[in-house]
Design a protein around this ligand. Structure first.
Ligand code: E4P
Length: 218
């Protein structure tokens, strides 16, 4: 399963690389706006910092504008994935980019029908927003299950990228459901590493070792 960081902050990315755990990065216009950075410069920096797909999202909503912005973003680096809204024009752009071999991430997916259409349009990734569905009282994980089932049934190769995840448990569930990827805010990524028994267990081991009076291993 691929794990992506959902951030536009370079420091949040570089602090978490080096253990083979970060497979890519996703950004969106809100994260990019929050960073205050120029989108072209920041996407180039992120692409240099990670060896994997970096989703960069268009802000145009008409087909021509989406195609123009998508091509500009894609020209930044070979690992740019063009992120497109799940709209009629977004799906047309997805189909065109797919025909040109440009990888895409169709975002803001909230239903099985939308995911089905993204796959038919040739999306590389589809991003169902689990947390936002749950915020509205819906079943975000159920949507992931339904997409997995239908994609497998018809052999669609679009990768399911679980997005808008709010907890480490969401990541575990996305993995059990068989999502191909998940994108995580840095805090949730960090929380995957932690377990209270690991902490107390390590403390007990080190306390026992200290009692021997040795420094280091000798
Ligand atoms: C995914 O591509 C989005 O950037 C992100 O996961 C949205 O998450 P949010 O609902 O926490 O904003």
């Amino acid at each position: 399963m691929q794990l992506f960081l959902d951030t536009a902050e370079i420091s949040e990315i570089t602090a978490r690389t080096g253990a083979g755990l970060v497979d890519g990065v996703t950004t969106n216009p809100s994260l990019m706006a929050k960073s205050g950075a120029d989108i072209f410069e920041r996407i180039a920096e992120i692409c240099a910092a990670v060896d994997g797909p970096v989703s960069a999202e268009v802000v145009a909503t008409d087909l021509e504008g989406i195609l123009e912005e998508g091509r500009r973003l894609r020209a930044i680096a070979d690992n740019v994935v063009v992120k497109l809204p799940l709209t009629a024009d977004g799906l047309k752009a997805c189909h065109i980019f797919s025909g040109e071999g440009i990888p895409t991430n169709v975002t803001l997916c909230f239903s099985l029908n939308q995911a089905l259409l993204a796959a038919k349009a040739g999306a590389t990734f589809v991003s169902p927003f689990v947390g936002r569905i749950e915020d509205m009282g819906g079943d975000g994980l159920g949507l992931l299950e339904a997409i997995r089932e239908v994609y497998d049934q018809f052999g669609y190769e679009t990768a399911i990228l679980a997005a808008s995840l709010r907890s480490a448990t969401h990541v575990e569930m996305a993995a059990r459901i068989g999502c191909d990827a998940a994108t995580l805010p840095p805090k949730i990524f960090d929380s995957m590493i932690l377990h209270p028994l690991t902490e107390t267990g390590l403390k007990a081991f080190l306390d026992d070792w200290k009692k021997t009076g040795r420094s280091g291993l000798t």
